[in-house]
Design a protein around this ligand. Structure first.
Ligand SMILES: Cc1ncc(COP(=O)(O)O)c(C=O)c1O
Length: 399
């Protein structure tokens, strides 16, 4: 056996964390890191949130799994709460974002199938998108680096340029079923889609009887300061994929849809063994308890402004390291002037965790529970990291 027993699919940082406390992660050596990566937008309420810990442990002492052959009260409750809080009428629970997207894609295709149009199965997607790593979702994402070597690309995805709504309109044919888009691209480099563009997509869907599908796996559950990012635009989808933050670290995903859009998802056409199990639902309900508390999202918006303003100051100070600040809420990106991997390392040297993304961006996705003091601490560390890198760049140029 060469090296570790694990598939070599991840390039891991040489850090092993032993436990977490709120926004902090503590290594097996006792070193503390400020976690502004949030497990890639998963740890919505930080680490070891007492309400989540008690929800999970109480459920663990009662019942873990029964399968979807039986009623799961926590699942019905979380489904109703998500429906009450959104455009949706119906919810299907999964274990991951990619599975939520698979369900969304299948729901869109079945809609046209039951309406007598099985030929309408194609979905328009956008450059820079990321929808997961299953065969269908790598086809939807359309990125060659994820498709290469995995055989023929799953048929039925037509990609146009990022925010190119004219091209999306031109790509509509008699076989088109839906338009799939992240309201804020995450992996693509924290790229929010302008409100006007989302509105135009909604209109195109109305005109051509297409389903509008939002992927809010990364930008949903309070990340942008609203429960879902599309609320900022006042545009609602027909179908939406959710995951990451809804489980706060426990694997949970969900596909939400209107009654109309879900018309084809009848008994037996789709299923899952683990999706919506009692443990996952206990945690999902506990996350909503906190995120839907009065004032919680307003506080996320306030803290986000504090962070963004502070970051803009750092970018002004070190333009050779950070070019610009992107994003909304606590989904912010440093558009780097230096390579984002180097900026990431410089911040990690300051014990501040962030996550690289496409377009030479470094993502900051702290828990929504981050405190003002932690934001100031993070800004100090980011400034120190940027200063170190800026000095190194200047020294290299002087040689
Ligand atoms: C927008 C978006 N969609 C889908 C996915 C896939 O989610 P998962 O990795 O849970 O399958 C991700 C993961 O990063 C994502 O950011």
């Amino acid at each position: 056996m060469s090296g570790s027993a694990l598939f070599e699919t991840f390039t891991r940082a040489p850090l092993a964390f032993d436990h977490g406390e709120g926004t902090w992660l503590v290594t097996d050596k006792g070193e503390r890191y400020l976690d502004f990566g949030g497990g890639v937008a998963v740890n919505s309420l930080g680490h070891s949130h007492p309400h989540l810990v008690s929800a999970l442990t109480e459920q663990a002492a009662k019942l873990w799994h029964v399968s979807n052959l039986y009623e799961i009260p926590g699942q019905s409750r979380l489904g109703e709460r998500l429906a009450d809080a959104t455009f949706a009428d119906k919810v299907f629970f999964t274990n991951s974002g990619a599975e939520a997207l698979e369900c969304a894609i299948k729901t869109a295709r079945r809609y046209h199938f039951v309406k007598g149009h099985p030929e309408r199965f194609r979905i328009i997607t956008f450059e820079g998108a990321f929808h997961g790593r299953t065969l269908a979702t790598i086809a939807a994402g359309g990125q060659y680096k994820y498709l290469e070597g995995f055989g023929p690309k799953v048929e039925g995805f037509d990609q146009v340029g990022f925010d190119d709504i004219d091209a999306a309109e031109k790509a509509i044919t008699s076989e088109t079923a839906a338009i799939l888009i992240e309201p804020v691209q995450g992996e693509g480099g924290i790229r929010p889609v302008p409100t006007q563009s989302l509105k135009r997509l909604r209109q195109l869907c109305e005109q051509h009887d297409l389903l509008l599908v939002f992927d809010e796996v990364q930008c949903g559950i309070g990340r942008t300061g609203k429960l879902f990012a599309h609320e900022w635009a006042g545009v609602t989808p027909d179908i939406m994929a959710v995951a990451k933050g809804i489980g706060g670290g426990f694997p949970v995903g969900a596909c939400l849809a209107t009654d109309e859009a879900a018309v084809g998802m009848t008994a037996g056409v789709h299923g899952t063994t683990f999706g919506g199990n009692p443990l996952a639902m206990a945690v999902g309900n506990a996350v909503l308890d906190v995120v839907l508390e009065d004032g919680f999202l307003e506080d996320v918006q306030r803290k986000a402004l504090l962070l963004k303003q502070g970051l803009a100051g750092v970018a002004d100070e070190f333009p050779d390291v950070i070019e610009d600040i992107r994003g909304t809420g606590l989904m912010l990106g440093l558009k780097c002037a230096a390579p984002n991997t180097k900026v990431n390392m410089a911040l990690r040297d300051q014990h501040l965790l962030a996550v690289p993304a496409g377009d030479n961006v470094l993502r900051l996705l702290p828990p929504l529970t981050v405190t003002d003091a932690e934001i100031h601490e993070a800004l100090d560390r980011i400034r120190a990291g940027a200063r170190g890198l800026s000095d190194a760049i200047a020294a290299a140029a002087a040689k």
